[in-house]
Structures are given as structure tokens and as C-alpha cells.
Design a binder for this molecule. Structure first.
Ligand code: AMP
Length: 586
């Protein structure tokens, strides 16, 4: 018996599960499915996005639907159009072998008549955003008076977005004796109130810790001067050449501005906010899914429901007003069992916010320094070398080789390599040559009090190392740290500033253990390959102070620039300012 079978799922669902390649149930599925299948009950499930919660309510819902009846029996409310479409899509995959079950999505920004027509044909399950749902109820286009199940998905998000009244109205059109299943990443008091008001003795399940961030996410903050936010953002991107990130800004205006600047500076960036038309948002999201966009600059509202699993970094260009929002932001990375990094760019005066978030998420932030220009040059150089090594040779290049050989005649291998990497290196070093230190120094000293990031004491000098293994070898910062600790025989605090790139990485130790580190790796083979560790020329702490300003522009990074620019600038009116909300927490 498979683990899914043991949960009590019927054969048609098991077949769909195997088609989708799910091998084992996720924690929330393991906990929720048996409860929901066993009897009629209300349920409150605390689970982050990316934990497999759609299937946790989707499988039982499909199994419980009377497929011979065309009446609407299940309603799923979700905060955004994107999420609504994702859920519908997943539900259709799950019910692939239940041809008579129809799931229809209803959401704003699309034809209400088309949606009404689909409902009329018979939809046992409706997935809806609250605004459009209420509208359709008002016009008599849907009938939810006979539903047996109501799912409130991402309940905290729906309330954050101000849907409380709509939800209340919608629920007042449903029968009292239905079952309500509420899924939420966090449990602020507003969600608890909904549970209390609309649910009867709900069973509770929690995946991970209540109200905490996912522990696959490393939280980092970088203290900079107020005017250095943007140059700091660019350096963080340059220091992570394979970054695939969501950059959060507080307002639509800032979102658009930052995206435009990034595009202008040659980054593969795009903007996602509410002033874009639905069609433009779809274009940006598609480009992001295809990784044509590496930096998606978004407002919190627009980013809700982004269901992309391999986001490597979340960058808080500005912190949100509410802590709950930070949890949602950082939950966009570290999904589906992968590790991720949530970076916060802050000014000194915002430091108390970090402490407040730490308390809430029950995780410590690591104080990090914006990389210096030279560190970035070094990273880019190694990145280029590994890119050259791993590039597949394009056979069309053959035609041009005789002419190329002619041009390069007389240059030996060593010189050729030097010249080749200099192309990129010079570009970065010209740009960063006189770049100033962006770190707000006064502050760094204050909070550190003798401790470095990861809690390591830095009384001994710190040594930065280069190691020739990285993501490509299956490492992330957590597993590389474990590997180094285990292999060298060090304590948890001894290895810090671990930065994993695609085919190489950096890390630091205090100087008193450096001999131990280097001697371990003089002749060490892992999986038949020599693992090489060298002392890197840079300290890895952003300590350089090169005086003059971080000015000048990066050259075009090529790929996708034109298209991205068009998207980024598409509809920004510049006139509307979004209202500043009063801070609830800070
Ligand atoms: P969700 O939290 O529902 O948004 O799901 C996140 C992603 O995980 C979706 O792409 C699902 O298709 C996928 N997923 C859900 N359950 C499983 C599972 N048991 N095994 C593997 N992937 C899953």
C-alpha cells in the first residue's frame, strides 16, 4: 500500500497522484486528509504556502463530491486571481480521472458573462476570489445555498487585503450545516475571530511552528545609508549571478521605479503591481516562470499567490509595515524542501524592526555586509570560468572557427584564458573600481558587540575561503556548512558567511582554525573528485573602503533586455500614489 493509499484516497485520485509524480504525502496532507475524509468536521490548518496544502483540501473535496449531481457543492475562496487559477488548475489535475467533476474559477478582471455561462453548465466546485464572488451572488449568477464544503484558503491574506466584509456576506449565503476548512499561514487575531465566528469546534492542525517562518529560509539584513538602497540592491544581485528573486517594495510607485532602474542598468527585471493591466501582469509572471526575469520587483498585494518553487532570494528593498507581511514575503523562497535566503536592506533607524521580526518568526537574523566591489569581481570571475566550463558547444560555431583561429593566431592557451576572463573582469572592475563601502559602519559595530554573523566571535582575524563545490553538486548554505563542519571537525559557530554559488562557494572561519581547514583539503576527494579549498583574497565582510562614489552604469547584461524594459515601463501612470498605511507593529 502506498502512503497516499494509506490516507484513504480513492483509486482515481491515486492515479492522478502518480501521474503528477507525487511520491509521499507532505506533512499537511498526512495530517489533514484522514481527518477530512473520515467525517464531517470543521478544520483550521496552519500551513505556509508551498507545503502542498492545495492537495490537502483538494483531494478530500473531490472524493466527497457527489459527482452524479451538478449542484455546486464546494466553494474555495482564495485571495488573488493568480492563486484562484492555480488552485483551479491543480483541482483539474487531481480530478483528471473523474470526468464528471467540474471545477470553475471565478475572479475579477475577466468576463463575468463567460464565467456565469460556465457555472450554468454545472460546476460542483467553484474557486473564487471574494470580490467577484460577492458580485456574482448579488446578480444571481451563482447559487451557493446548497454547498457542503467551504474552503477559506490563505485566510490571513484575504483578511490582510480587506476581504472580511465580503467573506462574511458570502458565508451568509451558505447553509449553516456545511463544513468549513480554513487554511492560513499565520494566525493573527482576525483569523482566529473568523474561526470563532463561522466555525463549529474546528479540529486544528499545524505544520511547522505557529506564526514562524520556514526554517529552510536564512534571514539576513544589510544596514546601509538611506540613499544607498538601490546601489546595495544591485550589489546583492551582482554577488549572486544566478539569482532568481522577488524584490519587495512598499508602494506601486517604488516598485515601478526600482524595476525601471534595474532594467535600465541591464538586469533582467520586471515589475508586478496593481497599476498594470491583468494582461501585463500575466506577461510578467510568464516571463518570471520561464526565468527570463531574474528579479521580479513586486508589491505585496500583487505578489500574493506567486507559485514559483525555486525562488533563490527574497529581497526586502523596504520592510513592510506589518510583521505578518514579512512572513509572507520570506515564504516565497525556501519552498518545496529547497533552501532560500530572505535579505532585508535597512537603514540604522529601522533596526528595531529586525528585533521585532526576530521575536515573531522565532528565528535569528544574520547581520551581513554589502559585498565590496572587489568581492563582486571575484565572484563574477569564478562564475564566468565555471560558465565557460559548463557551456555546451553550439555546433553552428564551427562555421566561423577558421576565421576565429585566424584572429587569435599566436596567442597561447594561458594568454587566451587570461584575455577571455578579462573581458568580463575588466567590465566589473571598471565599474566597481572606485565603488565605496555601502555599509553603515557605525551601526555594524554596535550590534555586533564582538560577535559576527552566525554568532561567531571575530576576535581572531577572519579568513575567507574559496571551495570548488556549489549548487551544482547539490549543496546549499545549510548542507555546505554541515559538510565543512563534519569534514574538518569544526563546531557550528566556526563556519560562517557561507555563500553558495552554482559551481563554487565561499565561507569564512576564524584564522586560528585555518590551518586545520586547509590541511583537510590538501588531498581530499569527494565522489571521485578533488575538493579544493583556497584562501580567497577578499575578507568577505565588505570591509573595503574605496572612497569615491558608486556611480556609472553597468553595461547591458544582454538577454531579454528589450522585452523586459517594455514590460517594466508598460503602464505606469506615475499619478496614483498608494495610501500609506499606519504601521500595526512597528
Ligand atoms: P501548494 O502548497 O498547494 O501551493 O503546493 C506547492 C507545490 O507542491 C505544488 O506545485 C504542488 O503540485 C506540489 N505538491 C503538492 N503535494 C505534493 C507532494 N505530496 N509531493 C510532491 N509535490 C507536491
Amino acid at each position: 500500500m502506498t502512503k497516499f493509499e494509506a490516507l484513504g484516497l480513492q483509486e482515481s485520485l491515486l492515479n492522478a497522484v502518480s501521474d503528477m509524480g507525487f511520491e509521499t504525502p507532505s506533512e499537511v496532507q498526512e495530517k489533514a486528509i484522514p481527518i477530512l475524509l473520515e467525517g464531517e468536521t470543521d478544520l483550521v490548518a496552519l500551513a505556509q504556502t508551498g507545503t502542498g496544502k492545495t492537495a490537502a483540501f483538494g483531494f478530500p473535496l473531490i472524493q466527497k463530491i457527489h459527482k452524479e449531481s451538478r449542484t455546486t457543492q464546494g466553494l474555495i475562496l482564495s485571495p488573488t486571481r493568480e492563486l484562484c487559477l492555480q488552485i483551479t488548475n491543480e483541482m483539474q489535475l487531481y480530478s483528471k480521472y473523474e470526468k464528471s467533476i467540474h471545477t470553475v474559477a471565478i475572479y475579477g478582471g475577466a468576463s463575468i458573462t463567460d464565467q456565469a455561462r460556465q457555472i450554468k453548465r454545472g460546476a460542483q466546485i467553484i474557486v473564487a476570489t471574494p470580490g467577484r464572488m460577492k458580485d456574482m451572488i448579488g446578480r444571481g449568477l451563482v447559487d451557493i445555498s446548497k454547498i457542503d464544503y467551504c474552503v477559506l484558503d490563505e485566510a490571513d491574506e484575504m483578511l490582510n487585503m480587506g476581504f472580511y466584509e465580503d467573506i462574511k456576506d458570502i458565508l451568509s449565503n451558505t447553509p449553516k450545516e456545511k463544513s468549513t476548512w480554513l487554511f492560513s499561514a499565520t494566525m493573527p487575531k482576525e483569523v482566529a475571530q473568523i474561526a470563532k465566528k463561522f466555525m463549529h469546534y474546528p479540529q486544528e492542525i499545524t505544520v511547522g511552528t505557529k506564526n514562524s517562518g520556514v526554517d529552510t529560509v536564512q534571514h539576513e539584513y544589510y544596514v546601509v545609508g538611506g540613499r544607498d538602497r538601490y546601489p546595495a540592491l544591485k550589489r546583492l544581485a551582482d554577488a549572486n549571478p544566478d539569482i532568481f528573486s522577488v524584490v519587495f517594495c512598499r508602494t506601486k510607485r517604488d516598485t515601478q521605479k526600482v524595476a525601471e532602474k534595474l532594467i535600465e542598468d541591464g538586469y533582467n527585471a520586471g515589475a508586478l503591481h496593481g497599476d498594470l493591466s491583468q494582461n501585463q501582469r500575466d506577461l510578467v509572471m510568464n516571463a518570471f516562470r520561464k526565468k527570463q526575469i531574474q528579479m521580479l520587483v513586486a508589491t505585496d498585494v500583487a505578489a500574493r499567490g506567486i507559485d514559483v518553487d525555486d525562488v533563490t532570494h527574497v529581497i526586502n528593498y523596504q520592510l513592510p509595515d506589518e510583521i505578518e507581511t514579512y512572513t509572507h514575503r520570506s515564504g516565497r523562497t525556501g519552498r518545496a524542501g529547497k533552501s532560500g535566503v530572505s535579505m532585508v536592506i535597512i537603514t540604522r533607524s529601522e533596526m528595531r524592526k529586525i528585533n521585532a521580526i526576530e521575536k515573531k518568526i522565532k528565528q535569528q537574523f544574520i547581520s551581513k555586509k554589502i559585498p565590496t566591489g572587489m568581492e563582486i569581481c571575484e565572484i563574477q570571475l569564478y562564475h564566468l570560468a565555471s560558465k565557460i566550463k559548463n557551456t555546451e558547444i553550439n555546433k553552428d560555431v564551427e562555421n566561423y572557427l577558421p576565421a576565429i583561429y585566424d584572429v587569435l593566431q599566436g596567442i597561447d592557451r594561458e594568454e587566451l584564458i587570461k584575455k577571455m576572463v578579462s573581458v568580463e573582469f575588466t567590465r566589473f572592475s571598471n565599474y566597481y573600481n572606485k565603488a565605496k563601502d555601502l555599509n553603515s559602519s557605525e551601526f555594524g559595530e554596535k550590534r555586533k558587540k564582538g560577535k559576527d554573523q552566525n554568532g561567531a566571535f571575530s576576535t581572531n582575524g577572519s579568513i575567507r575561503y574559496f571551495i570548488n563545490i556549489g549548487e551544482r553538486d547539490g549543496y546549499d548554505w545549510m548542507s555546505l556548512k554541515d559538510f565543512l563542519r563534519g569534514t574538518v571537525g569544526l563546531d557550528k559557530e566556526d563556519v560562517y558567511k557561507v555563500d553558495v554559488k552554482e559551481s563554487f562557494s565561499f565561507f569564512n572561519t576564524d584564522s586560528d582554525v585555518s590551518e586545520k581547514v586547509l590541511s583537510t583539503f590538501t588531498d581530499l576527494k569527494v565522489d571521485g573528485r578533488f575538493v579544493n579549498v583556497e584562501v580567497s583574497n577578499n575578507p568577505g565582510g565588505g570591509r573595503g573602503n574605496r572612497g569615491s562614489k558608486d556611480k556609472g552604469r553597468r553595461k547591458d547584461r544582454g538577454r531579454g533586455k528589450k522585452r523586459d524594459r517594455a514590460q517594466g515601463q508598460a503602464t505606469y501612470s506615475g499619478k496614483r500614489r498608494s495610501k500609506k498605511r499606519k504601521s500595526d507593529f512597528f
